[in-house]
Write a protein that binds this ligand. Structure first.
Ligand code: SAJ
Length: 412
C-alpha cells in the first residue's frame, strides 16, 4: 500500500506520519521546499505535542518521505488549506491545483480523498469534474470520498486515532475503500454517508461551536451592562442538567471556527441569519476589549499577554490578540505582544512586555498565565490588569492593591 498526501500542514503532516508508523509507504507533498527538506531530514516545523518523535521514527523506518511533486500511489489524500477570500468565500484554488497535480499519476483502482474543509457540494461539483479529466470515471474506474478531520490543535495525535470520523463517499465503493484505509490507525468509529452530507457535517460542527461562543460573548456584554459577573452567572446556569454555556473571551481565533461558518453564509446567503449574526458578535470582541482598556487604563503602553489563538499552542492564525493590537495602534496606544509559545517577530518576554506598561491584558488562557499573581506585576506603577479569560485570582490582586478588571464582570 502506498499513499500520497498533498499538503504537509497541521493536518497533512500528522496524518502522513500516522499512516507511515502503521506500515504504509507515504509520499508527503508540499509546495514549500523548506517543509519538504525539513521532513526528509526527519524534522518538523510545526509545534504539536509528540509530532517530532512520530515524524522522526516514520522517516527513520523509511516509510515517509517528502517531495514537491506527487507520484504514483494507491490512494491520494488532499489536505491543503482552503482559506477565506476577502469576500468571505472559500478559496478553492489550492484544492483545484492539488487535484490537477495528481492527474498524470491516476490509474484504475485509485482512491482520492479530500480532507480540506470545503462548502457543501465541492466534492461533486469541483473535485470530481477535475479528476474525470484524467479520462477515468469517478463512478467506475477510480473512487472519491470526502473525509473531514476533527482534531484539536494541541491534541492532534491522540484525536486522530481516537475520534470518530465521517466518511462521505462519492460512491458506496468510495466510502468502503476510505473506511479500509483509515482503519489502519483509527480506533474511533467510522460512519459512512455521502460526500455532500460529510461536507455539511464538518461545517455544522464548527458553526455550532461558533454560535455557542457568540452566545457566551453576548451574555458577557449584557452582564457587564447590568452590573453582574458573567462567570458567576454561567457557573450557576450550567448547574442546569441540560445547559452548557461556553466561555466568553476576546474573540474567536484559529483557522477553523472563525472561518468555516462563513462557507455556510456564503453558500446559503440570508438563510444563514443566526450564523452570520454569531460571526459578527465574535468578530466584535477585540473592539469590546479595546473599550474596556480605554475605560480603565491611562493611555500608553499596553502589554498584550497571549497572541496564540488558544491555550498552550504556538498558532496565532486569526488570533483576536493581533486584531486588538491593530485597533490599539490605530487609536494611538502602544501595544506590545508577548507569548510563551508563539515565535513570531515582535514577541517579547513577559517581563519586558509589562515593564512600564499602563495596562496588561490576558488574552490567551495559557497554563503559565494561570500562575501569574500580583507579584509578577510588582514595581509597575499604577498598572491595570484586564483578564479576558478569567484565569487570574481576583482576590489576590485586590489584596495587593492592583486593579484587576475581568471581561464580562459588571461588578468591576
Ligand atoms: N473559545 C472561546 N470560548 C470557548 C471555547 C473556545 O472563546 O468556550 C475560542 C478559543 O479561545 C479559540 C476559538 O474559540 O480562539 C477556537 O478554539 P476551539 O478550541 O474551540 O477550537 P479549534 O479551532 O482549536 O478546533 C476546532 C474544533 N472543533 C470543534 O470543537 C467543533 C476541532 O475539533 C476541529 O477539528 C477544528 O476546529 C478544525 O480543524 O476544524
Amino acid at each position: 500500500m502506498k499513499i500520497c498526501i498533498l499538503g504537509l500542514g497541521y493536518i497533512g503532516l500528522p496524518t502522513a506520519a500516522m499512516f507511515a508508523n502503521y506500515g504504509v509507504k507515504v509520499l508527503g507533498v508540499d509546495v514549500k521546499e523548506n517543509v519538504v527538506e525539513a521532513l526528509n531530514r526527519g524534522k518538523v516545523l510545526i509545534e504539536e505535542p509528540d509530532l517530532k518523535a512520530l515524524v522522526h521514527s516514520a522517516v527513520e523506518k523509511g516509510n515517509l518521505r517528502a517531495s514537491t511533486e506527487p507520484g504514483p500511489a494507491d490512494a491520494f489524500i488532499i489536505c491543503v488549506p482552503t482559506p477565506l477570500t476577502e469576500k468571505k468565500s472559500a478559496e478553492l484554488s489550492y484544492v483545484k491545483s492539488a487535484a490537477e497535480s495528481i492527474l498524470p499519476h491516476l490509474k484504475k483502482g485509485n482512491l482520492i480523498i479530500l480532507e480540506s474543509t470545503v462548502p457543501p457540494g465541492t466534492t461533486t461539483d469541483v473535485l470530481v469534474p477535475i479528476l474525470q479529466r484524467s479520462g477515468l470515471s469517478c463512478k467506475e474506474d477510480i473512487s472519491v470520498a470526502f473525509c473531514p478531520e476533527r482534531v484539536m490543535p494541541g491534541r492532534i495525535l491522540h484525536e486522530l486515532v481516537h475520534n470518530d470520523r465521517v466518511i462521505g463517499g462519492y460512491t458506496r465503493k468510495g466510502s468502503d475503500m476510505a473506511v479500509d484505509l483509515y482503519r489502519s490507525f483509527v480506533k474511533g468509529e467510522l460512519f459512512i454517508t455521502d460526500a455532500t452530507t460529510a461536507e455539511f457535517v464538518k461545517l455544522a460542527e464548527n458553526t455550532y461551536r461558533d454560535v455557542n461562543i457568540a452566545l457566551a460573548n453576548e451574555y458577557a456584554k449584557m452582564c457587564q451592562d447590568c452590573s453582574i459577573d458573567v462567570w458567576e452567572m454561567t457557573e450557576l446556569a450550567n448547574r442546569h442538567p441540560r445547559v452548557e454555556i461556553l466561555r466568553p473571551g476576546p474573540g474567536v481565533g484559529g483557522h477553523c471556527i472563525a472561518i468555516d461558518p462563513w462557507y455556510l453564509v456564503d453558500t446559503f446567503g440570508k438563510t444563514a441569519k443566526l450564523i452570520k449574526a454569531s460571526r459578527d458578535v465574535n468578530d466584535s470582541m477585540p473592539e469590546h476589549v479595546f473599550h474596556l482598556i480605554e475605560k480603565h487604563s491611562r493611555k500608553g503602553k499596553v502589554a498584550l499577554l497571549g497572541t496564540a489563538y488558544k491555550a498552550d499552542v504556538d498558532d496565532d492564525r486569526e488570533s483576536p490578540s493581533l486584531i486588538l493590537a491593530g485597533i490599539l495602534k490605530e487609536k494611538g496606544w502602544e501595544p506590545v505582544l508577548s507569548d510563551p509559545f508563539v515565535k513570531s517577530e515582535g514577541i517579547v518576554p513577559f517581563k519586558e512586555a509589562v515593564s512600564k506598561a499602563k495596562c496588561a491584558v490576558i488574552l490567551t488562557d495559557h497554563s503559565t498565565y494561570k500562575n501569574l499573581g500580583p507579584e509578577d506585576f510588582e514595581g509597575v506603577d499604577g498598572i491595570v490588569v484586564i483578564d479576558t479569560r478569567n484565569v487570574l485570582d481576583a482576590h489576590a490582586f485586590e489584596k495587593a492593591g492592583i486593579t484587576l478588571v475581568r471581561l464580562g464582570n459588571g461588578k468591576n
